[in-house]
Design a protein around this ligand. Structure first.
Ligand code: AP5
Ligand code: MG
Length: 215
């Protein structure tokens, strides 16, 4: 299955994509994770995109499209993939369609995880992330406050640099302006599956599976 996962920052795209990856056995491709990995390693790509991520702005389409084209051309994506955080603009969506058309492997579904801005601001302000294994946690969990050590891998747990209040507001503004129009784009193609994303993680996952027609 070839699936894109849409939703505002903090809607739960990564959380649900990881569960789906385990269920469906297809790779989870997150452009945000790839960019952050490159920033952490200090690669040339990381240096190019660092300021965009820290300001909560989108990385230019050309750079992002090239990265995704390269990733999707690898053998593990041949039989399907889950794209998390891509496309984020109409230009990127058209580019993805053009790759899929060229390969004769159309995109099957676009999942849209819906959560209110108010809830997102709450979730992201209390999120902490392990800088080694990437595990997400909330600050109200006893073991996962700031400057703590990850209980899974022993890495340092910190706030994501773009999760401060001002940057979250900017990410949401850009989402509504540039990414939200993709909902209509995929609806017109008959690929859209709307998912209510404000409940419990397991509950949301169940509605995604039923939306996809997966047992
Ligand atoms: P990216 O990494 O994609 O970040 P994002 O979309 O802003 O959102 P998050 O990853 O913060 O949220 P998510 O929806 O994955 O939710 P999560 O599951 O983590 O992009 C980062 C940056 O990279 C962009 O700003 C841009 O600069 C650049 N970029 C990336 N792709 C790009 C592109 N295509 N074009 C241009 N630039 C691009 O959940 C969030 C939190 O909520 C977690 O703590 C989680 O535990 C919790 N949570 C999840 N589900 C629930 C639930 N049901 N109930 C309670 N808590 C929950
Ligand atoms: Mg994510």
């Amino acid at each position: 299955m070839r699936i894109v996962v849409l939703g505002a920052p903090g809607a739960g795209k990564g959380t649900q994509a990881r569960l789906l990856r385990n269920k469906l056995g297809i790779p989870h491709v997150s452009t945000g994770d790839i960019f952050r990995g490159n920033i952490a390693e200090g690669t040339e790509l990381g240096n190019k995109v660092k300021d965009y991520l820290h300001r909560g702005e989108l990385v230019p389409d050309k750079l992002t499209n090239d990265l995704v084209a390269d990733r999707l051309s690898r053998p593990d994506c041949r039989d399907g993939f889950l794209l998390d955080g891509f496309p984020r603009t109409i230009t990127q969506a058209r580019f993805l369609d053009s790759i899929m058309e060229k390969n004769g492997t159309p995109l099957r579904h676009a999942l849209n995880i819906k959560v209110s801005d108010e809830k997102i601001i709450k979730r992201l302000s209390s999120r902490r992330v392990c800088t080694s294994c990437g595990r997400n946690s909330q600050v109200n969990e006893k073991s996962c406050g700031e400057n703590t050590v990850c209980e899974i891998c022993g890495g340092i747990v910190a706030q994501r640099p773009d999760d401060d209040e001002k940057t979250v507001a900017e990410r949401l503004r850009i989402y509504h302006e540039q990414t939200e129009p993709l909902i209509e784009y995929y609806e017109m193609q008959g690929k859209l599956i709307e998912i209510e994303g404000s409940g419990e993680i397991e509950e949301i996952f169940e509605s995604i599976l039923s939306g996809l027609g997966v047992e």
